[in-house]
Design a protein around this ligand. Structure first.
Ligand code: KG4
Ligand code: ZN
Length: 360
């Protein structure tokens, strides 16, 4: 099936036209056209994403991105050959989500095609199906660690479209903590890649962490997380030491990354132990899954669980994109064809949960 997907949940405007078919566990995916415009440079001055600015940019960017995507795919701009239009309806920034939804619904009317709302986090989960070598099947059930700027969740993926949230952050998301700590260190937004770069320099220079930071909730018996205390601990250390030399910044970035990753690994390990043979795969996705140190530690973790295969998205599919939204749509249509009969307006839902997938 040919799916045109639109993603505007945060600060990336993305449009994709995919041809996707075959088994859900290992679909055959052809990207016919794919465009993405990041607003990162604009939001950098605010140290984070500014919702009304994001909305304005999405409005400006969507029409040219659609045109570029269709041209890339060799499609007729007035009446392209496609089956479905998909759009992210949450979670995310509501003003930004509405831009994508309104745009998708207008196209749906113009071309007489069904418009399907998709959960952004479901997109992240199935981003791992875009495997360029197309060698491996995705074996479910799985445990999924979703780590992004807005989410930190451990999800039991019992089957396609069947989820249970096992744990989540009680305050900041891990990506948000990376961004806030980066800001404290005077690093640009988004902070994740910057912190990671500095932390690597520290690891090359010293073998041990020079600065000790707490590991919030690491010993709690549940699978929840908390990152706001860790961020505050960084702030106190910065005030106490009152240093701004580059070695100190590198050591602080490393201390933060070590603490955040250790908690993520510890809770993921606990979840895998608790699930036992109810998880065959560990899916790690979302922007923070691009982090090298986290990837390295995850590889070591799965070595301790011989029955578990680790799946992470490739390169550009870690951060927000429309390819993952199209893949999630393919899964959703296959598992729940009845959604195609559900006409009616789609609404944006900033806090949309993985559990309320049928919501429009
Ligand atoms: O999934 P995503 O693109 O957007 C949301 O849905 O939130 O994730 C963005 C988040 C940002 O907080 C960014 O700092 C973080 O992912 N991130 C990273 C890295 N690359 C992006 N965090 C740690 N290390 C990275 N290499
Ligand atoms: Zn995301």
């Amino acid at each position: 099936m040919k799916i045109l997907a639109i993603e505007t949940s945060c600060d990336e405007t993305a449009v994709t036209l995919l041809d996707i078919r075959g088994e859900l566990e290992k679909p055959d995916i052809k990207v016919l056209g794919n465009t993405l415009l990041s607003q990162v440079a604009l939001h950098t001055q605010y140290g984070g994403v500014y919702p009304n600015l994001a909305k304005r940019e999405h409005e400006k960017n969507l029409p040219p991105l659609l045109e570029q995507t269709l041209r890339e795919a060799g499609e007729n701009l007035e009446k392209p050959d496609l089956d479905y239009i998909a759009v992210t309806n949450g979670p995310g920034l509501e003003p930004a989500l509405w831009v994508g939804i309104n745009f998708a619904e207008e196209l749906g009317k113009k071309w007489g095609k069904p418009v399907i709302p998709v959960n952004h986090m479901e997109g992240h989960i199935y981003s791992v199906l875009y495997d360029m070598l197309n060698t491996e099947c995705l074996t479910l059930p799985a445990l999924s660690l979703l780590v992004s700027g807005g989410h930190t969740e451990l999800v039991h993926v019992k089957d396609f479209c069947n989820y249970e949230i096992l744990g989540q952050t009680r305050d900041d998301a891990v990506g948000e903590a990376f961004d806030k700590v980066a800001r404290m260190l005077g690093l640009p937004y988004p902070g994740g890649p910057e912190i990671s770069r500095l932390a690597e320099n520290s690891r090359k220079r010293v073998t041990e962490d020079e600065i000790k930071l707490p590991r919030p909730m690491i010993h709690s018996k549940d699978l929840d997380f908390s990152f706001s205390g860790l961020k505050t601990a960084v702030l106190y250390k910065l005030k106490l030491e009152n240093r701004s030399d580059s070695e100190f910044k590198e050591d602080m970035a490393r201390a933060f990354e070590d603490a955040a990753v250790e908690v993520l690994i510890h809770k993921t390990s606990r979840a895998l132990r608790e699930l036992g043979n109810r998880a065959k795969t560990l899916i790690v996705a979302g922007g923070v899954s691009a982090n090298h140190y986290l990837r390295q530690e995850l590889n070591q973790l799965v070595n301790k669980f011989p029955g578990i295969t680790l799946r992470m998205p490739t390169g550009l599919l870690t951060t927000d994109n429309a390819i993952m939204i199209a893949i999630a749509t393919f899964i959703k249509i296959n598992k729940h064809p009845e959604i195609l009969k559900k006409a009616g307006p789609i609404s944006a839902s900033g806090n949309l949960s993985l559990i309320s997938l049928a919501r429009r």
